[in-house]
Ligand binder design. Structure first.
Ligand code: F6R
Length: 596
């Protein structure tokens, strides 16, 4: 997964605009970056490493021009070297191309091009594209026709932008990988995601699969694959540019953890009628599902596990599937609603699962953060979590907002006996969460266990997905071993791992049978000398067996899951900070994974 930026019409500021855009897109991939500027000849600079390495390389060159493209890469084909960085060029250096996605037929195209005399300088799949364009130009095609001819030969997923020497235009196309235009009067931008140009404009046009865009000094045009003009809607993005800065926090992740109360208010705004004890699901209409299948990956899968429990509690059969497993063996769907949970709306595994369900005639709905994302456009229905942009690679505020949105969905689609209690819990949630964030002792606890050999997390019922999420966050940003378990499973094997070196974080909410059983599991680990940290609302006596307690206010257990998770987010954050990890950009990870 990579980030693309393009810009036309900012005169001498074009190069700075591209580099600024790349720094905003670095969350999409960060092992190398590059830019190409178009004039009579193309000039290009690319570098393995971070955007700062590219900046340094640029300071030793003199790139100029008023049309340019740039790229930040996360390797899929070939290691992160200067040669494998984008943009890629043809043999003559007249064409430069940036690409996000995977070209599945690149090997056969490359073999043909090599046999025809082309010389390749990288290991990437992308490099076939400039050589295909070069061939078409040599056959007499004009630059736009040459790019179209090259694109028509590609199989796989791509967002592509190309520039050709002597042509003051950017050509772009997409298939299964996002691209959005930004319109700013005189200037036009092109990017994988809005933050790349949000400092300059809030007017955007989302490209759809199969569309082709031309950006030049006279403006922009979108056409279909046959060259027929497509009328596009111009949308206005609703969040401010400051929302993509760090606002004084050391990391985006910490900022985003602290933004959760506001994100939750946005998610709930105008959707909850407290007087009537009802929710309004925008314009989703009456979906009344008889069954629900959730598909999702990573953190979103944990949200899906939580969502499936909510539907089951309301008497609707529901199951959560890992998206990457769903498509390989699609379960019988019947007339179930298939719900994708994906903050980005671009995760390839989740898109594949949703498409597999659609092929079998299922109705689909996506719970997502990104308006105009592929999932939002392809599904029958979209329900937005409204968390605002999330830049830190590790999901934080989007998870909380997913849980809130899934509560709204369940309330809106089912008849829950305790709708009023849930709504009360949701109404109190932003304020409760603010208190948890203000008063959390997670930093102190993190300091005590920075040297731990492994971290275990346990929870039952709705707190089980919270335990899984706590462990995922810990692994992702600290690079240390962490596992989440259903509390009752511990004694079926994992207990063998528990020692005095392995703190166990137990989420215990309420004082019902579930909570009491979890306290029993806590006693089991305490008896094996494991340090115990209880995340609890204090309704059981778990504190008697715990070395530390992280408190959450008493509230509905659904809301308590969000509160408990906030402590665990802070715990991972401060552990990673103490270990000096690259918190916003953990090694080997990307914000949205657009490959299967
Ligand atoms: C973990 C994380 C990932 C994502 C997963 C799905 O912090 O962010 O596990 O949750 O890659 O991403 P989306 O929600 O964009 O489909």
């Amino acid at each position: 997964m990579c980030g693309i930026i393009g810009c036309v019409g900012r005169g001498d500021e074009t190069l700075d605009t591209l580099v600024h855009g790349l720094s905003k897109l670095e969350y999409r991939g960060y092992d190398s970056a590059g830019v190409a500027m178009s004039g009579d000849r193309l000039s290009l600079c690319k570098k393995s490493g971070k955007i700062d390495d590219l900046r340094e390389a640029l300071s030793k060159t003199s790139l100029s021009g008023s049309v340019g493209i740039g790229h930040t890469r996360w390797s899929t084909h070939g290691p992160p070297t200067d040669a494998n960085s984008h943009p890629h060029q043809d043999c003559k250096g007249d064409v430069a191309v940036v690409h996000n996605g995977i070209i599945e037929n690149y090997q056969s195209l490359r073999d043909e091009l090599v046999a025809a005399g082309h010389t390749f300088t990288s290991d990437t799949d992308t490099e076939v594209v400039p050589h295909l364009i070069e061939d078409a130009l040599a056959d007499g095609a004009d630059p736009e026709a040459a790019v179209r001819r090259a694109i028509a030969q590609l199989e796989g997923s791509y967002a592509i932008a190309a520039v050709v020497a002597g042509t003051d235009a950017i050509f772009a196309a997409r298939h299964d990988s996002p691209l959005v235009l930004g319109l700013d009067g005189g200037a036009t931008y092109l990017a994988s995601d809005v933050p790349a140009f949000r400092d300059f404009t809030d007017k955007v046009v989302y490209l759809s699969d199969g569309e082709f865009a031309r950006l030049d000094a006279s403006g922009w045009e979108v056409t279909d694959s046959d060259g027929v003009r497509v009328e596009k809607d111009v949308d206005t993005v609703e969040w401010d540019p400051e929302e993509t800065g760090k606002s004084g926090y050391d990391h985006f992740m910490l900022k985003e953890i602290h933004e959760q109360p506001r994100a939750l208010r946005q998610c709930l705004r105008e959707r909850v009628d407290e007087m009537a004890g009802a929710v309004d699901l925008d314009d989703l209409g009456d979906l009344s599902p008889t069954g629900v299948q959730f598909v999702a990956c990573g953190t979103s899968y944990h949200a899906a596990l939580y969502g499936a429990q909510l539907f089951r509690e309301a008497g609707i059969p529901a199951q959560a599937f890992l998206a990457s497993e769903y498509a390989t063996s699609v379960p019988p769907i019947g007339d179930a609603l298939v719900v994708g949970v994906t903050q980005s709306g671009e995760t390839a595994d989740t898109l594949s699962a949703l498409r597999a369900a659609q092929k079998r005639g299922a109705r689909t709905l996506v719970v997502t953060n990104v308006v105009g994302s592929t999932a939002a456009r392809e599904c029958d229905h979209a329900f937005y979590i409204r968390a605002g942009p999330e830049i830190g690679v590790a999901a934080s505020k989007t998870f909380s907002s997913q849980l809130a949105a899934l509560n709204l969905l369940t309330l809106g689609m089912t008849n829950s006996d305790d709708a009023r209690e849930v709504i009360n819990g949701l109404r109190e949630l932003p304020g409760d969460l603010q208190r948890v964030l203000d008063e959390s002792r997670a930093e102190e606890v993190a300091e005590m266990y920075t040297d731990a050999g492994a971290y275990f997390f346990i929870g039952r019922g709705l707190q089980f997905p919270v335990a899984l999420e706590g462990a995922l966050k810990m692994k992702e940003i600290t690079y240390k071993h962490a596992e989440g378990f259903a509390a009752g499973e511990l004694k079926h094997g994992p207990l063998a791992l528990v020692t005095s070196e392995t703190p166990v974080f137990a989420v215990v909410i309420g004082d019902d049978e579930k909570a009491r059983k979890t306290v029993g599991n806590v006693k089991e680990v305490e008896a094996r000398d494991a340090p115990v940290v209880a995340i609890t609302d204090g309704q059981t006596d778990v504190h008697r067996y715990a070395d530390h307690v992280l408190e959450v206010p008493e509230t509905h257990e659904r809301a308590a899951a969000v509160l408990a998770n906030a402590h665990l987010q802070l715990l991972s954050y401060y552990t990673a900070a103490k270990l000096g990890r690259n918190i916003d950009k953990p090694r080997n990870l990307a914000k949205s994974v657009t490959v299967e």
